[in-house]
Design a protein around this ligand. Structure first.
Ligand code: BV8
Ligand code: ZN
Length: 245
């Protein structure tokens, strides 16, 4: 299933960086964004995952996030998440950069995680910036407010918003120093996350894409393995490090 190049590069690598997207959570039952059952099929990103959408209709946006929070609260990590958590145990320098906001990597035991787009279960005050990790799943008949009176928003990065600078800088530094870079379950269209595999490639990393379909970076990576991450990743850690998931 895996090329000798992939196996030897993974075995030898002291620094492995992984970028994940919604595809890694698909087998847990979390709908992806752009796939057949994708979230964006029902709603358009500009209508919901944007600051303007929130300002013009906070209740609609809050209901969309509550729907997603409830869905995510009922799902579990899948073997792909667990395989990445075990990879971190055996690789000297490992970093997991995720675009996902569902928190499933942490639930699966991953530790060194850079959440590029925030976390859907956390609220942030629009006035004072206070963060609240214990956000309610459902939005009640009154929109959530901070003790300062400010309106709370989901602590995620919307389109047109800057990613958290510190986290983004770390992600680029990790990509520059990676010996092996895995891009998993992402359509590689959202920037700046989608440029990370190419930064790794430009700096000499062996770059492998694991996805259900080819993407805009497929022609620029060393290898693309088409298939489900929940099946491929356990087989990969099994073959490289003898890990049983
Ligand atoms: C920014 C959080 C700088 C919220 C998300 C025009 C106007 C405004 C902005 C732009 C513009 N043109 C370009 C931009 C930049 C924009 C962008 O990239 N747009 C794209 C769509 C063209 N980016 C931004 O706005 C970013 N900020 O640039 O700031 C700036 C600031 C001010 C002014 C100018 C510039 C912010 C981007 C972050 C947006 N927030 N999410 C929320 O979740 O509600 S993005 C959203 O997409 C998720 O985070 C998601 O992770 C991310 C990427 O999608 P994927 O994860 O790849 O998911 P997708 O469904 O697309 O693909 C899944 C893949 O998995 C598929 O390929 C499928 O085949 C595969 N798959 C499915 N099942 C499996 C599988 N693979 C393996 N196994 C399986 N089982
Ligand atoms: Zn506040």
């Amino acid at each position: 299933m895996f090329t000798p190049d992939l196996i030897s590069n993974m075995k030898r690598a002291a620094r492995i960086v992984v970028l994940t997207g919604a595809g890694v959570s698909a087998e847990s039952g979390v709908p992806t964004f752009r796939g057949e059952d994708g979230l964006w099929k029902k709603f358009r990103p500009e209508e919901l995952a944007s600051f303007d959408a929130f300002i013009s209709n906070p209740r609609l946006v809050w209901e969309w996030y509550s729907y997603r929070r409830r869905l995510i609260s009922e799902v579990k990590p899948n073997p792909g998440h667990y395989a990445l958590a075990r990879m971190e145990d055996v690789v000297e320098n490992f970093c997991l950069v995720t675009q996902n906001v569902d928190g499933l990597h942490r639930s699966a035991g991953s530790r060194r995680i850079l959440e590029l787009h925030g976390n859907i279960m956390r609220n942030r005050c629009m006035e004072c910036g206070r963060k609240d990790e214990s956000a309610d799943l459902d939005v009640g008949d009154r929109l959530p407010r901070c003790r300062c009176g400010g309106l709370m928003r989901p602590d995620v990065v919307w389109f047109g918003e800057m990613l958290p600078q510190e986290i983004l800088n770390s992600a680029f530094r990790e990509a520059e120093e990676a010996e092996v870079f895995l891009s998993i379950g992402t359509s590689a269209v959202v920037q700046p996350a989608a440029s990370l595999p190419l930064v790794a490639k430009r700096n000499g990393a062996y770059v492998v894409e694991i996805n259900m379909e080819s993407t805009p970076i497929t022609s620029q990576v060393d290898e693309t393995i088409l298939g489900k991450s929940g099946e491929i990743l356990p087989r990969l850690v099994g073959e490289v490090w003898g890990i049983e998931i």
